[in-house]
Design a protein around this ligand. Structure first.
Ligand code: FPP
Length: 244
């Protein structure tokens, strides 16, 4: 399926929160919640692809998550590898391209290798972009972009505008986020895609991530469709289709 439907969100980003609570409520270890969350990842990838989403970015591991207990970090680090091993054939079949953002130099070598393998094997796919944010923090991404820009040495300070700057972010081709979904009932951005969410519509859901299914994505996309996006204009300007 080709990216982007007519009116739907082109770029959907998801803060997959609530795994720990989902598990604790059932008397299970928190890590069981993360394991169960992988099924929701499978489902959201399929559903987003079928619903014509162009870019899907999933917050799988934040730079702050390194401070969690060692066994939880180890479990979280094992999930992308397992996912790529099991899902790569279907991802390829669906013409989905896998990408990542975040500090990949901090990832264990085997995780990094499996990620690079998935990126390589899907590099020529032209359908939905599936981006895993791994060891990712938005402030870190912005700092890294500044470093690249300065090291590049080709851009005069007076020539830096938003477009030039964005070209130095982790995925230069990544469009702005249209719809940001957060599960788990909290109303926070948690250092996720701070540059790219400038004009995103935010939908927070009470459902815990392991319970997330296609109907939740459809509900969030429906809510997005009902919003009037103004980009700083007045409602009247937006409805008349002009900015002047
Ligand atoms: C936040 O829930 C979630 C995470 C820190 C990890 C999210 C990871 C997955 C859903 C699996 C990723 C899978 C792949 C294939 C990359 P939490 O633990 O903070 O939940 P809580 O707020 O209830 O404690």
């Amino acid at each position: 399926m080709e990216p982007q439907s007519a009116e739907g969100p082109r770029h959907v980003a998801v803060i997959m929160d609530g795994n720990g609570r989902w598990a604790e409520r059932q008397g299970l270890e928190r890590t069981e919640g993360h394991r169960a969350g992988v099924e929701s990842v499978r489902q959201v990838v399929r559903s987003a692809n079928e619903l014509g989403v162009g870019w899907l970015t999933l917050y799988a591991f934040s730079s702050e998550n390194w401070n969690r207990p060692k066994h939880e970090v180890e479990l979280l680090m094992s999930l992308p590898e397992e996912f790529f091993e099991e899902e790569l054939p279907e991802v390829i079949e669906r013409n989905v391209r896998i990408l990542s953002i975040g500090r990949r130099d901090r990832l264990p070598p085997s995780v990094r290798a499996s990620l690079e393998n998935a990126e390589e094997k899907t590099a020529h796919n032209t359908g939905m972009r599936l981006v895993f944010a791994l060891s990712y923090g938005a402030r870190g991404e912005i700092v890294d972009a500044v470093k690249r820009l300065v090291r590049d040495g080709r851009v005069d300070a007076d020539d830096i505008d938003e477009k030039t700057f964005a070209a130095y972010l982790d995925q230069p081709e990544m469009p702005d986020v249209d719809l940001l979904i957060r599960t788990g009932g909290e109303q926070r951005l948690s250092n996720f895609l701070l540059w790219q969410v400038a004009y995103a519509e935010l939908v927070t859901l009470d459902c815990m991530w392991p319970d997330f299914r296609r109907e939740h994505l459809e509900a969030a996309m429906g809510a997005f469709g009902d919003r009037e996006r103004r980009f700083g204009l007045t409602g009247a300007q937006v409805r008349s289709g002009g900015g002047s």
